[in-house]
Design a protein around this ligand. Structure first.
Ligand code: AP5
Ligand code: MG
Length: 191
């Protein structure tokens, strides 16, 4: 069983590459952003609370996303490997994930960190905002707030996995196909 974290700032290509990786390796995809957006669509209490924060580009509380991941792990006992996208985003989430995986006698195999310049991120997200319907893509102020939140709270997550020598740095600019091939090479080294 190989569990993978696909890490990177907003707009770095986590969702795009996740789709290709799950098709190739059969990972169970766990995107906390997608899970939160499903809660918003279903108009649950959790979704309503999360929406206010997401619309401002801020992270939702650790307990909320850790609870969602805990349920998802429990609900997928037959999975042969998880692909975490957009989680963990704080050091507390990383520690919680390690503890949860220990319960299932497994661990993170590799931490793939997509690296993209800020100007390219803003350009991609404004462009996606024209059609995505995602309220956090529609204006540059919120996009920049998401990037600041990433720099303040999330970048440290890479240092956490660096201590366990699990990090592979991946250039996230260029063609989707070339980036995918680089990600596959890193995964293949570990299976
Ligand atoms: P989340 O849904 O995780 O969004 P994000 O991290 O801000 O990133 P995106 O999904 O916007 O980008 P991506 O990296 O997936 O890139 P994509 O492939 O789409 O989180 C949303 C919010 O939910 C957060 O702000 C927070 O409030 C909350 N949240 C989620 N998880 C949380 C957690 N763990 N803790 C607390 N709060 C949490 O690509 C972007 C665009 O670029 C697309 O248009 C794509 O077509 C294009 N593109 C992709 N690759 C390339 C390429 N190589 N060249 C050119 N264009 C490309
Ligand atoms: Mg995404």
């Amino acid at each position: 069983m190989l569990n993978v974290i696909l890490f990177g700032p907003p707009g770095s290509g986590k969702g795009t590459q996740s789709e290709k990786l799950i098709a190739k390796y059969g990972f169970k995809h766990l995107s906390t952003g997608d899970l939160l957006r499903s809660e918003i669509t279903a108009k649950t209490a959790l979704g309503l609370e999360a929406k206010g924060l997401m619309d401002k580009g801020q992270l939702v509380p650790d307990e909320v996303v850790i609870g969602m991941i805990s349920h998802a792990l429990e609900a997928n006992p037959k999975a042969t490997g998880f692909l975490f996208d957009g989680f963990p985003r704080t050091e507390a989430q990383s520690v919680a994930l390690d503890n949860l995986l220990k319960k299932y006698n497994t661990q993170i195999g590799v931490f793939l960190a997509l690296e993209v310049s800020e100007e390219e991120l803003v350009k991609r997200l404004l462009n996606r905002g024209l059609t995505s319907g995602r309220s956090d893509d529609t204006n540059e102020e919120v996009i920049r707030a998401r990037i600041i939140e990433y720099e303040r709270k999330t970048m440290v997550v890479a240092d956490y996995y660096e201590k366990f020598k699990k990090v592979a740095h991946i250039k996230g600019e260029g063609s989707v196909e070339d980036i995918f091939n680089t990600l596959c090479n890193e995964i293949n080294k570990r299976v």
